[in-house]
Design a protein around this ligand. Structure first.
Ligand SMILES: Cc1ncc(C[n+]2csc(CCOP(=O)(O)OP(=O)(O)O)c2C)c(N)n1
Length: 393
């Protein structure tokens, strides 16, 4: 497929506002095109199976059972309810902070459900839906954002690394894990997820380069939610898409409608299968939108107008799937109400689990990172124990 690969001089570069208000094609039209070559898909080739009205290309979803569709919908609804409860806990002083995932549920659940049972998921910090799909207990994520180190354990059997706040660093971990799997001959794949901002980090480029050179079974998913705190994606890169960055490393890449759970699921699953069976790395750009503030420590109204959200609200991933299930699978209001009720009860239970847990010992900050604690941490832990007047080793 063709894509315009263009560079623009400073005077020709579109402003963030021009691009943000969706006038991309007109703006691109006046850019100086230095080079045209086949690199990747353009915007119009975004892989989409379900449109915003819930109309689906049935031939594309033949491989997704009704049960799986219901599971996707349940996970998306659950994730939104959990997220909104966690936001309100934070506002009441019952949680430290939170990075809201509202609007990105399809990217999350599509990724989480695409993983094979033995694959590893390596998240950033806005992937609760994918983690729930993988079996991570919701109360554990509340512990994490509540500042309890037990929330940063690798949960048993879920094959999910803990949340990683340091932007982009976990892509190196994903590449390293994939390298280890390849050396051992394990037929598994590793999926990392990070934001558009991570693509400006050195770690991103090092990881992709390494994966390309060593042909590692890893998929780098980029949730392009258009913002890295207050920096819009147009200020993050001079390229038209993030997917095309993979070209430099000779890695396969795709752009997918990140608000279409079927498209995300199908694309990521296909890429993971390719990683597992052919040891081929890839990058997938999931085009979505961050509907809330960056975190509860941010106020997005200071740098983006509310109207910008309107077209994205119309592409809401949950409404879209509900419309489809209603039209094609007889989903009805009563079922929807029952689902919301059941999910709300589960969310409330997770809050109780979180708030009733006995506080951990201060020394838990040393635990759960290394299988064998290195000497310098052992020393620090002992010093801390001495300070606390405890004897535990
Ligand atoms: C190495 C590093 N630099 C800066 C930060 C501060 N920081 C936290 S989140 C963030 C923006 C991340 O944006 P993006 O990768 O697009 O992910 P998103 O938050 O949109 O999901 C920044 C700069 C950090 N955590 N780590």
């Amino acid at each position: 497929m063709f894509i315009r690969y263009c560079r623009w001089g400073d005077e020709e570069r579109p402003s963030a506002e021009e691009l943000e208000t969706n006038r991309l094609s007109r703006v691109i039209g006046r850019c100086k095109i230095n080079e045209i070559r086949i690199v990747h898909m353009s915007d119009k080739d975004l892989f989409q199976v379900m449109d915003p009205d819930g109309k689906v290309d049935e031939s594309a979803v033949k491989g997704i059972s009704e049960e799986e569709m219901h599971k996707m919908y349940r996970l998306m609804v659950f994730t939104r309810l959990w997220n909104s409860k966690a936001l309100s806990l934070q506002r009441q002083g019952r949680l430290g902070t939170l990075a809201s995932v509202r609007g990105q549920e399809a990217s999350n659940i599509g990724m989480g459900m695409a993983l094979g049972p033995d694959d590893w998921f390596v998240p950033a910090f806005r992937e609760y839906g994918a983690m729930f799909a993988r079996g991570v207990v919701p109360g554990v994520l509340l512990q994490y954002w509540g500042g309890d180190e037990r929330g940063a354990r690798v949960p048993d059997d879920s094959r999910v690394l803990p949340i990683c706040i340091t932007v982009g660093s976990h892509l190196c971990h994903a590449a390293g894990m994939a390298w280890g799997a390849k050396i051992r001959g394990d037929k598994i794949a590793v999926l990392s997820s990070s934001g558009d901002g991570s693509t400006s980090q050195g770690d991103f480029h090092e990881s992709l380069n390494f994966a390309g050179v060593f042909q590692l079974p890893v998929v780098f998913a980029i949730q392009n939610n258009h913002w890295a705190i207050s920096v819009p994606v147009q200020r993050q890169t001079a390229t038209e898409t993030l997917a095309e960055k993979a070209c430099a490393y000779n890695i396969n890449s795709e752009r997918v409608d990140g608000n279409d759970v079927f498209a995300v699921y199908l694309a990521v699953k296909r890429l993971l299968d390719m990683a597992r069976s052919e040891c081929k790395p890839s990058l997938v750009e999931l085009v979505t939108y961050r509907m809330d503030d960056h975190t509860t420590a941010d106020d997005a109204t200071r740098y983006r107008k509310k109207e910008i959200l309107e077209p994205w609200a119309a592409k809401d991933p949950i409404d879209r799937l509900r419309k489809y299930l209603t039209a094609k699978h007889g989903w009805n209001e009563k079922q929807d109400e029952e689902l919301v009720e059941a999910c709300t009860a589960e969310v409330e239970q997770s809050v109780q689990d979180y708030e009733k847990a006995e506080p951990g010992k201060p020394t838990i900050i040393f635990d759960h990172l290394y299988a064998e604690m290195p000497w310098h941490l052992r020393e620090e832990k002992e010093e801390m124990l001495g300070y606390l007047g405890q004897t535990e080793r």
